[in-house]
Design a protein. Structure first.
Length: 426
């Protein structure tokens, strides 16, 4: 009986040990908050004032929301049972994307704080003194002033004698001729005026050195380097066509240029159309072209001059009712936040949009754009169209109708069903 009880106890211990090995060990809760938002709080918000209190609250909530979303994704990955190398790579990717979203959110708040810090304070204005109101011609200060001669003041007795009649009658009845002689005046010596000294001639300005004329190849390289520095993960091509125009192309999505890319004012973009192949193939026949692939060197572009940007290259034939078409396209669109449709309707009705909502829209646009780059070169059509709608809505609510018309035109072209390959026969 004792032996039976001893064996049963051993079996129970062995079974408990086996069960304990199947249960995962205790692990601390996942928290990537220090890696996502650590050190991002702007110094401009270190002191909270009534003017920036609202911005600080919104920024704090958005940063915490971004960190919580990243923690939720990490928890799902931990429970998915992936291999350690794969899971670690995915976790690093999630943290990196969350960090990028937090950085963009802080940059958006800093753009809003710039008008507040640049606004002059009215209490520092000084009332002009009376002496400041006297207009003094600075030209009179350069002339030599002539000081008038100083005359001696006549004594009071002399002044009284001048008023007495020459014949004075005394009390004793005697008559005397008291002729008072006129006082002699001192000659006035005029100080000769000194001729003003000749003004020195202004120094001759040195001629401004003119920039050397760049060749056609250098101009194309300058334009290419300008866009590559903004997004080096894409393939880019710039070429001169036979009609004298310069065309800029990337193979991200049929030749569409993302919203965050500044376009040089001297280039032209492709019309909305379904295209495939490399960027150089989309460009067609050209006289000369330069290309870039991720990883190519950009050292040759360091000495080029500045390249002005413009929204005119995005100009396309105007959509008849831009606000109506945009609100219809964003209505119950899968993958597009509900607030996008609300902002599009508010902007179309002219009721105004809150700046905080515009900032949140930009966060959604930046997130979608980053996801699109992560999918490159195999971009999902639905996600691409959502990016187009987000970019069009941002341009519409901020008053940039050219950009809004550009992105919505691309959406309408790519959202339309492709033309049938079968020709109808009569």
């Amino acid at each position: 009986m004792a032996m039976f009880g001893r064996m049963s106890a051993r079996q129970r211990l062995r079974r408990a040990a086996e069960e304990s090995l199947t249960i995962p060990a205790f692990s601390s809760p996942i928290d990537c908050t220090p890696w996502v938002i650590g050190g991002l709080w702007p110094a401009e918000l270190s002191t909270i004032t009534p003017e920036n209190a609202t911005l600080a609250d919104h920024l704090r909530d958005d940063l915490q929301r971004i960190a919580l979303r990243a923690n939720d994704q990490l928890k799902l990955m931990r429970r998915a049972g992936m291999a350690d190398p794969v899971r670690q790579a995915q976790e690093a990717r999630v943290v990196e994307q969350a960090r990028a979203r937090a950085v963009r959110r802080v940059e958006s708040v800093l753009r809003q704080l710039q008008p507040m810090t640049a606004r002059p304070s009215a209490r520092h204005a000084r009332a002009p003194a009376r002496r400041d109101l006297v207009a003094i011609d600075p030209r009179d200060m350069d002339k030599t002033q002539v000081i008038p001669a100083v005359r001696d003041a006549a004594p009071p007795g002399a002044a009284a004698a001048d008023t007495v009649s020459p014949d004075v009658v005394r009390v004793d009845g005697q008559h005397h001729d008291a002729t008072v002689g006129a006082p002699m005046r001192e000659p006035v010596v005029e100080t000769p005026a000194v001729a003003p000294a000749p003004q020195p001639e202004p120094p001759l300005q040195a001629p401004v050195p003119t920039a050397p004329t760049e060749t056609d190849s250098e101009r194309l390289q300058r334009l290419l380097a300008f866009v590559v520095r903004q997004e080096p993960k894409l393939n880019w091509t710039v070429g001169d066509c036979a009609d004298g125009t310069t065309v800029l192309v990337t193979d991200l999505a049929h030749g569409w240029i993302p919203a965050r890319i500044g376009i040089p004012e001297e280039v032209r973009l492709l019309m909305p159309e379904r295209r495939t192949g490399k960027a150089s193939t989309m460009l067609g026949d050209t006289l000369r072209l330069v290309t870039y692939a991720p990883g190519d060197s950009l050292d040759w572009s360091a000495e080029f001059a500045e390249t002005p940007t413009s929204v005119q290259p995005r100009e396309l034939p105007a959509i008849d009712d831009l606000g109506w078409d945009l609100s219809q396209a964003t209505h119950w669109r899968d993958g597009v936040p509900r607030m996008v449709h609300t902002l599009a309707r508010a902007a179309a009705a002219g009721t105004g949009v809150v700046d905080d909502e515009v900032d949140l829209l930009r966060v959604h646009l930046d997130t979608a754009h980053q996801q699109l780059l992560n999918q490159y070169p195999d971009v999902e059509t639905a996600h691409l169209q959502n990016c187009l709608l987000l970019a069009a809505t941002e341009g519409f609510v901020t008053g940039d109708r050219i950009s809004a018309n550009y992105h919505l035109s691309w959406f309408q072209k790519l959202n339309a069903p492709p033309a049938s390959r079968w020709e109808t026969t009569s």
